[in-house]
Design a protein. Structure first.
Length: 136
């Protein structure tokens, strides 16, 4: 089973105060929520939650584990956000082959603009059937 999913489910149960509300928040069944929490408790060998039909409360171990789960899940979310933000920005090599006159009129004068990102331009020009490559 996915340990982070189990931890996320456990944290959602604690934050929501019930298995039903956690299931609704996570958009999964109550049975799945119960299974994830049980799968989390089993290898630990402790109960994290006191469960009754009317009340849900944390054990001492559950309280300590909840704090750690929240911190780990927060770190994971932050790491994902960092990676997503950096990969969302386009970057790379732009290769353009154009006639000399177009290059002079539109590219060499700096009137072009590549929005958002880190770009390197490799410009190839041709004229009078003598191609030449210009790097910048």
């Amino acid at each position: 089973m996915d340990k982070f999913l189990e931890m996320q489910t456990f944290a959602a149960v604690v934050d929501a105060g019930s298995f039903v509300r956690a299931a609704q928040a996570l958009d999964i069944s109550k049975a799945a929520v119960s299974r994830y929490v049980a799968d989390l408790e089993e290898p630990l060998g402790v109960r994290l939650l006191h469960r009754t039909t009317r009340k849900l409360s944390l054990t001492e171990e559950g309280r300590a584990f909840h704090v750690r789960c929240k911190a780990l899940l927060s770190e994971l979310e932050e790491a994902e956000s960092e990676i997503t933000a950096s990969s969302a920005q386009a970057s790379g090599l732009v290769k353009i082959n154009v006639p000399v006159s177009f290059g002079i009129m539109h590219l060499a004068l700096g009137t072009w603009h590549l929005a958002l990102g880190t770009w390197h331009l490799a410009l190839g020009t041709w004229g009078d059937l003598h191609p030449r490559k210009i790097q910048s």
